[in-house]
Design a protein around this ligand. Structure first.
Ligand SMILES: NC(=O)c1ccc[n+]([C@@H]2O[C@H](COP(=O)([O-])OP(=O)(O)OC[C@H]3O[C@@H](n4cnc5c(N)ncnc54)[C@H](O)[C@@H]3O)[C@@H](O)[C@H]2O)c1
Length: 348
């Protein structure tokens, strides 16, 4: 089969990663770039492909089989609709949209036109997540009761030079927690309600630097998640998993999932159980689960190729992306207004 001809919209931080991945896969070829900057044009020149300042022109003239959208969030809906209108399968970076209404428009358009959209929640393709999901589904933890998680990282001071990152909406709930929410939904099931508090003790900006969330799941599980972008630590998936291009690997854990038969620490993949369902004073036995030796970003691209060729349905469809966005926005609302927010109410 000929390599899939992919156009990339937006060649900033993550768009450049996508370009490199496309160029290193035998199943894909970079067909064109859409970006408005000189650096985007220079990147296109280096790869010998056309660069379009107007992404619609790329869609019409680029002879594309598929598109990756890595534009700022506010452009996702218009760009996604333009791809769907032209029948082009799309990998849409997360979040699917900057509003729930926009995300729902994309989901409805994708479903109505039968044009698949994969949302770029790359961790779903990560070996630790895939193996944890398998073990949970296989009943190795038994009935699930609890989950706890952490995302503790210190962002550099110059990260906050851009004003929007110091303002509500530019903080770790909407930028970072959305990944955790997607993983929790994948591993533990649909989120029913959230409560949340935030603090800005570290920097005193209007935006939160730390948050704590209490979660209930529709299957009866309960959980908590604590995060901060002001704390240096290895207790963050990006560091602990070794799967992120931006962080050095420091093996460890950031989630513990608890069930009737055992507890699983992720991404270290330690499953703690009593042998033979023993007494609580019996020795606990540590089993090490063995995830495949894969990497999430190339896996995501391979999956996208199969989606674009109509071989499989997207693992994270537009509708899935909307559910993750809804639960994340529910956390932001709970932190803002207090009380308990039902995720289902976000979608009404
Ligand atoms: N999955 C991940 O690991 C991951 C990581 C980072 C960012 N993201 C997501 O990817 C998206 C992009 O984030 P980023 O950090 O790469 O942003 P960025 O600001 O670094 O890059 C955005 C690019 O889009 C270009 N652009 C802006 N308007 C344009 C237009 N109208 N037409 C063509 N190009 C235009 C900009 O010139 C820039 O090159 C966001 O949705 C973000 O949430 C995902």
């Amino acid at each position: 089969m000929d390599p899939l001809r992919i156009g990339v919209m937006g060649t900033g931080i993550i768009g450049r990663e996508h370009v490199a991945l496309i160029q290193s896969s035998p199943d894909t070829t970079l067909a064109a770039i859409a970006d408005v900057t000189d650096s985007g044009r220079a990147l296109a020149e280096r790869h010998g492909v056309p660069c379009f300042a107007d992404y619609r022109e790329m869609l019409d003239q680029g002879r594309l089989d598929a598109v990756i959208v890595a534009l700022p969030n506010a452009l996702h809906v218009d760009a996604g609709l333009a791809c769907i209108e032209r029948g082009l399968p799309t990998l849409m970076e997360k979040p699917i949209a900057d509003t729930l209404a926009g995300g729902l428009r994309l989901a409805e358009a994708s479903e109505a036109a039968g044009v698949p959209m994969l949302v770029g929640h790359h961790r779903r393709h990560s070996p630790d997540m895939v193996e944890s999901h398998r073990a949970i589904q296989a009943g190795e933890l038994g009935d699930l009761y609890t989950v706890s998680g952490m995302w503790l990282c210190r962002k550099d001071d110059d990260y906050f030079d851009q004003a929007w990152r110091r303002e509500p909406g530019g903080g770790p709930i909407l930028i970072n927690l959305i990944h955790e929410i997607d993983c929790l939904r994948f591993l533990c099931g649909e989120i029913a309600t959230v409560q949340a508090v935030t603090a800005n003790k570290a920097r005193g900006f209007d935006v939160e630097d730390s948050f704590a969330v209490v979660i209930t799941f529709t299957n009866g599980m309960i959980g908590s998640f604590v995060g901060s972008d002001a704390v240096p630590s290895p207790f963050i998936w990006d560091v602990a998993s070794g799967q992120s291009p931006s962080f050095l690997h420091e093996p460890g854990n950031c989630y513990v999932i608890g069930g009737r038969n055992g507890s699983l620490a992720v991404p270290g993949m330690e499953l703690w159980r009593y042998d033979d369902n023993g007494h609580w004073r019996d020795p606990l036995v540590r089993h090490r689960l063995q995830p495949p030796r894969t990497h999430c970003y190339p896996e995501q691209l391979s999956h996208f190729v199969a989606v674009a060729r109509g071989q499989v349905e997207p693992i994270v469809s537009a509708r899935e992306g909307v559910m993750t966005l809804a639960a994340t926005l529910a956390v932001a609302k709970a932190a803002r207004e207090g009380g308990t927010v039902k995720v289902g109410d976000m979608l009404c």
